[in-house]
Design a protein around this ligand. Structure first.
Ligand code: FES
Length: 102
């Protein structure tokens, strides 16, 4: 069963920034891309690295370990060595709250 979880206040994540959140055993990156919010798994699919510890540029999170890149809109890999996409999560805004469907 899925549910909506509040992960941040809208003004807490400025455009171009990413926030790491943990809900139960899920590690999720919530990002603000030009005012639109997206959420993806925060663990690289190549090995174990936390994506929000790397740069977030051009709508992509870059893994700090070996440099794989992921499109935050789709979870797709945009640069190797990872090949599996990230899981994505639905996001909605409720007033000033950012919610993620988990
Ligand atoms: S762990 Fe992310 S690219 Fe290797």
């Amino acid at each position: 069963m899925s549910e909506w979880a509040e992960v941040a206040k809208r003004d807490e994540i400025a455009p171009g920034q990413a926030k790491a959140v943990t809900i139960d055993d899920l590690m999720i990156a919530v990002v603000n891309l030009d005012g639109e919010f997206f959420a993806v798994d925060n663990i690289c699919t190549h090995a174990f690295a936390v994506l929000t510890e790397g740069p977030f540029t051009d709508g992509q999170l870059q893994c700090p370990l070996h440099g794989a890149r992921f499109d935050v809109r789709t979870g797709a890999v945009t640069a190797p060595p990872a090949w599996e996409p990230l899981r994505t999560y639905e996001v909605r805004i409720d007033g000033d709250a950012v919610l993620v469907k988990i």
